[in-house]
Unconditional design. Structure first.
Length: 162
């Protein structure tokens, strides 16, 4: 964690670092949480998050930072068959959505970034705060609701990078 922002939780700081270093918002959040929480998602599957970037394949629709959080929450709390309940996953994702939308009054990249030119340096800087907030909400939801599924939380990552 030497180069990471120490004022942020590890998964949030690593998400921001990956985003600043060229990953799309959705890719950055999935990769960071997988590493920090040791979720066991194979690296070759990170590409599942690529098309969520830039608001669903550059359509400027759903915020990629939030959809990255959705991927993480689904990976941790989702179901493997139709005999399992989806309610935990749905509840967490609904809270992520509602919390983000309450703060920014939107979930759409087009709306969130309308004050700047798409693709300009200011665009990336503006999106850094969305990455931080979506990752922070996701991190809070995991720590508050999923301790039984992810019992070590981020302690192993912190210990390994101290």
């Amino acid at each position: 964690m030497n180069n990471l922002d120490q004022s942020l939780p590890p998964a949030v700081a690593l998400s921001l670092d990956y985003f600043k270093n060229g990953l799309y918002c959705s890719e950055a959040i999935l990769k960071a949480f997988n590493e920090v929480y040791n979720l066991g998602f194979p690296e070759q599957f990170y590409k599942i998050s690529t098309a969520f970037g830039a608001g669903l394949g550059a359509s400027k629709c759903s915020c990629g930072a939030v959809t990255g959080g959705v991927l993480v929450l689904s990976l941790v709390a989702g179901r493997n068959s139709n005999t399992e309940s989806e309610m935990l996953s749905f509840g967490l994702v609904s809270e992520l959505h509602d919390t983000f939308k309450e703060k920014y009054k939107a979930m759409c990249c087009r709306v969130l970034t309308r004050s700047i030119e798409w693709g300009a340096p200011e665009h990336h800087i503006l999106c850094e705060k969305y990455v931080i907030d979506a990752a922070q909400i996701t991190d809070d939801l995991i720590k508050r609701n999923l301790k039984e599924i992810v019992p070590d939380l981020d302690k192993n990552f912190i210990a390994a990078h101290a």
